[in-house]
Design a protein around this ligand. Structure first.
Ligand SMILES: [Zn+2]
Length: 359
């Protein structure tokens, strides 16, 4: 929500910077795809440097740091020893991160520039809170005669109130700033990469408006929401393992699908004025072929011949008598009652509307 309208020149400049950022992200991806090659394309090296020049007149040191990291990573030959070394480096980085409270020690992928944050580390960092990692009292690095200031950690609202930018973190080691939530919850969309979430961080001190652009971006808002949700769950002790949560969601979806089929069957029989029940409401008894199980169960069995989900549900109900199945006469009557209630309400609504028109 910008209260000040940008001039045409400012808008063109902003667009050039955004295009430069997009080009850098594209080059990262090209390098990622060419990882198997033994030689690094010198032209691409210079392309990235040139983009940096386009984005800012005085390329910040954090861009150069990232390039050196990237080159050394590409030159490494894949081997067991290098994997072990990488794991050891990752562990030592994690220790440095937690001990020195410096987000520059987050494990960033040297090719894509994106963070690799394990679940347990993410929860540890959120439990500690971003304030610990903001480093507000650090000596902010000076680049081209400019540096960030303490005012960056504050944001003015339209009503004049000032609030803390809790997401903004300064890294003394990288001499740049990061976004707490975007680093911890990396966006899946490659179109929304921001310097605040990549390995080199943001250090273009003369463009303070990029802070506002970032915090208003959709990808930041999504990451911010995920952060606050996880923070709330941690504080409430409602943390459930991700796998367990996924299973719960799958189970919910399965029951929704089963209920949809049951309801569709009841609606069909009711609309045709057919009786639902037979002589015996038991799937198990049907095998003897001595009973009429009724139109409802017979129709469900017919659908199950072509529907694996319903087939599995009926088989489970048959094998485990007494398990929840939503097939009993009581459930059928409840559904019919709910359908009747809905129809009555619609009829009353139509009568009421017509009465009002006549008045
Ligand atoms: Zn962000």
């Amino acid at each position: 929500m910008s209260s000040k309208k940008l001039s045409g020149a400012q808008q063109r400049k902003r667009k050039r910077e955004q295009e430069a950022d997009a080009k850098i992200a594209g080059l990262f991806m090209q390098r990622f795809l060419k990882l198997g090659q033994t030689e690094v394309d010198d032209k691409e090296e210079s392309d990235i440097d040139n983009v940096g020049q386009e984005a800012v007149n005085d390329p910040p040191s954090c861009y150069q740091l990232d390039d050196s990291l990237m080159t050394s990573a590409i030159q490494l030959q894949p081997s067991n020893s290098s994997t072990q070394t990488a794991e050891a480096t990752s562990d030592s980085k994690q220790r440095m991160l937690l001990d020195s409270h410096d987000f520059g020690y987050i494990d960033f992928d040297s090719i894509t520039g994106l963070s690799n944050v394990a679940n347990n580390l993410r929860m540890e960092l959120i439990s500690r809170g971003p304030e610990v990692f903001q480093n507000k009292n650090a000596n902010f690095a000076v680049s081209a005669g400019r540096s960030m200031t303490l005012t960056w950690f504050k944001r003015s609202l339209p009503n004049g109130e000032e609030v803390n930018r809790s997401w903004l973190l300064y890294s003394p080691s990288k001499k740049s700033v990061y976004c707490f939530c975007c680093v911890l919850f990396t966006s899946t969309s490659s179109n929304s990469r921001s310097s605040f979430e990549l390995s080199f961080g943001f250090c273009n001190w003369r463009h303070t408006e990029r802070l506002r652009d970032h915090e208003n971006s959709p990808s930041h808002r999504i990451s911010f929401t995920k952060w606050k949700e996880l923070e709330h769950r941690i504080s409430q002790g409602m943390l459930i393992d991700m796998e367990v949560e996924k299973q719960i969601q799958n189970e919910k979806q399965k029951w929704r699908e089963v209920l949809k089929r049951i309801l569709a069957c009841i609606k069909f029989l009711a609309s045709q004025n057919l009786a639902l029940r037979g002589h015996c409401e038991s799937l198990a008894e049907d095998d003897t072929e001595c009973y009429n199980i009724g139109n409802f169960l017979a129709t469900m069995k017919l659908i199950a011949q072509f529907d694996p989900l319903l087939s599995s549900h009926l088989q489970h109900s048959k094998n485990v008598p007494g398990s929840v199945s939503y097939l009993s006469p009581r459930i059928q009557n409840e559904f019919i009652s709910l359908l009747a209630s809905t129809v009555r309400k619609q009829i009353y609504s139509v009568i009421f509307d017509e009465t009002n028109i006549m008045d």
